[in-house]
Write a protein that binds this ligand. Sequence first.
Ligand SMILES: CCCCCCCC/C=C\CCCCCCCC(=O)SCCNC(=O)CCNC(=O)[C@H](O)C(C)(C)COP(=O)(O)OP(=O)(O)OC[C@H]1O[C@@H](n2cnc3c(N)ncnc32)[C@H](O)[C@@H]1OP(=O)(O)O
Length: 186
Amino acid sequence: MPPPDARPPVRHPDAPEPGTLLGAHYDQCFGCGHEQPHGLRLDATAGEGVSITAEFTVQPAHQGAPGLAHGGVLATALDETLGSLCWLLQTIAVTGRLETDFVRPVPVGTVLHLSARCTAVHGRKIFSSAVGRIGSPDGPVAVRADALFIEVPVAHFTDNGRDEDIKAVMENPDRMKVTRAFEVNP
Ligand SMILES: CCCCCCCC/C=C\CCCCCCCC(=O)SCCNC(=O)CCNC(=O)[C@H](O)C(C)(C)COP(=O)(O)OP(=O)(O)OC[C@H]1O[C@@H](n2cnc3c(N)ncnc32)[C@H](O)[C@@H]1OP(=O)(O)O
């Protein structure tokens, strides 16, 4: 829960307009990357205020039980949607905590309609919540999550990421949208 002196989130003046398709922040991202053959390929759209919507179609490769989505995959979809809120805050942050409720089973072939909103900011801590509904934005709730993201410097990635992947991004910044968006020059 945000502390009492947390402030409401503020949409950054340079945030993409509501309705803008955000695209992948990194082409190899398991959540959103379009060059990642094993990934979820989640497409997120900027909403009003500090909110995001996204869609994700559950594929056969995402099964846990026969014909049903694996819970970890659903948690990833929630995590990715929540992470996309950073575009609207124009902040680089990573997931510190993700608390997930699995409310209904989600069959393979389902289009999961996700929505996330930032609820508060306190120093480096970003509080947010998300929900995933089956079949339509008004469909039955299947999953819910509350998250704490923590703002980090670019060194979080350059110091800890595998060298060959960091090098590949530095050689071709187009592979990582965020390096342009935040004018990162590692
Ligand atoms: C050429 C290169 C270019 C690079 C550019 C890159 C840009 C990339 C852009 C965008 C990437 C976005 C990717 C999105 C992908 C989807 C989201 C994910 O899956 S992210 C991956 C999973 N998450 C992790 O791997 C985090 C691993 N954890 C850590 O690294 C640390 O624990 C970290 C950074 C989260 C915090 O460590 P501390 O040392 O910086 O800070 P402390 O002091 O520990 O925490 C700060 C505050 O947060 C609270 N806190 C931290 N973790 C908490 C927790 N789990 N629960 C509750 N509170 C927590 C602490 O109590 C503290 O609070 P108080 O300020 O004292 O009030």
